[in-house]
Design a protein around this ligand. Structure first.
Ligand code: NAG
Length: 310
């Protein structure tokens, strides 16, 4: 028996494992996205010149610690987001599929897409303040700063400071692009994952297990990164601002493209890919494992037929 609490814990643990490995790339991504904001190519100074250069520069100036700024906050965010996502996806999908087809086992691509987006958007809205604080912690650098520099000690301190200065509105700054970004990402993540999995089983005769999980998550990760990156860049910039640099997410998108060119929305793309690929592979692969584990633990607690026999 898999309960919602079980999937929540399983999803959260899986996501935190993935985050630990990929957090450094996320830090580089944020600095690349903020660098040269609203400056034409000629006038912008490139302190960070790409994924590997970025990693090198940060390690050299700030040590390994520099790459891991905001890791604790990233855990809190991931627990919120992925917990919501992995636990709401199946119930929403089941209910809708049942309502439309009178049979929950039917795989409808449209319903899968909608369920993925809906559960992701819920999680993103709930977790947005933590993503905001995480972004600010990661852009903070005593050596090569990009973006507004905030001194938060950790997630809780960030919540306290922002709430103290700007109230609830400050904490929910940038929540719209955060929801759009995650909606885009999660509307494709699980459906492409299951889609790739079915194809690989059907056409390549792959069997259930680790190699199949890895191959399917790689395919999914590529698609996720392409659709998610533009709103992700807008989100990072909305999170950076403390005043009213942009009036809305669309204002940010419009002015970014106008001053920096259309490719500006793909700034930090490779750093994002370097984070997303292992992140997706680890999250989805670990989720298969932790879900299995959770089910076993729950069977013990709630008593399944097997445990009653013993
Ligand atoms: C970050 O936000 C501030 C306003 O709060 C703005 O002045 C600055 O240009 C933004 N971007 C960067 C890269 O500093």
């Amino acid at each position: 028996m898999a309960t919602t609490v079980g999937s929540f814990i399983a999803g959260g643990i899986a996501a935190c494992g993935a985050v630990t490995v990929t957090h450094g790339f996320e830090t580089v991504k944020i600095r690349l996205q903020l660098q040269g904001e609203l400056q034409s190519k000629k006038e912008s100074v490139r302190l960070y010149k790409g994924v590997f250069h970025g990693v090198g520069v940060i390690v050299k100036n700030e040590g390994f610690k520099g790459l891991l700024r905001g890791l604790g906050c990233a855990y809190v965010y991931q627990m919120t987001l992925n917990g919501c996502r992995l636990s709401f996806y199946e119930p929403v999908r089941n209910t809708l599929t049942n309502a439309v087809y009178k049979d929950a086992t039917v795989q409808s691509f449209g319903i899968n897409l909608f369920s993925g987006a809906a559960s992701g958007i819920l999680g993103a809205a709930a977790g947005s303040p933590f993503f905001l604080i995480k972004t600010r912690l990661q852009s903070y650098s005593p050596f090569l700063p990009v973006g507004t520099q905030h001194h938060y000690k950790n997630a809780l301190d960030g919540v306290r400071q922002i709430y103290g200065h700007e109230g609830l509105k400050g904490l929910y700054r940038g929540v719209v692009p955060a929801m759009i970004r995650t909606g885009f990402g999660s509307s494709v993540q699980l459906p492409t994952y299951f889609f790739a999995k079915r194809r690989l089983v059907k056409h390549l005769g792959m069997e259930e297990g680790m190699p199949l999980h890895i191959a399917s998550s790689t395919a999914s990760g590529f698609v996720v990164c392409c659709v998610m990156h533009p709103p992700d860049t807008v989100m990072s910039r909305m999170y950076n601002q403390t005043g009213n640099l942009y009036s809305s997410a669309f204002d940010c998108l419009y002015r970014t493209v106008k001053t920096e060119g259309i490719l500006a929305v793909y700034k930090g793309y490779f750093a994002h890919l370097a984070r997303i690929l292992p992140h997706t592979i680890l999250t989805l692969t670990l989720a298969e494992q932790t879900n299995k584990l959770m089910r076993r633990v729950e069977d013990r607690i709630y008593g399944s037929e097997a445990s009653i026999e013993i």
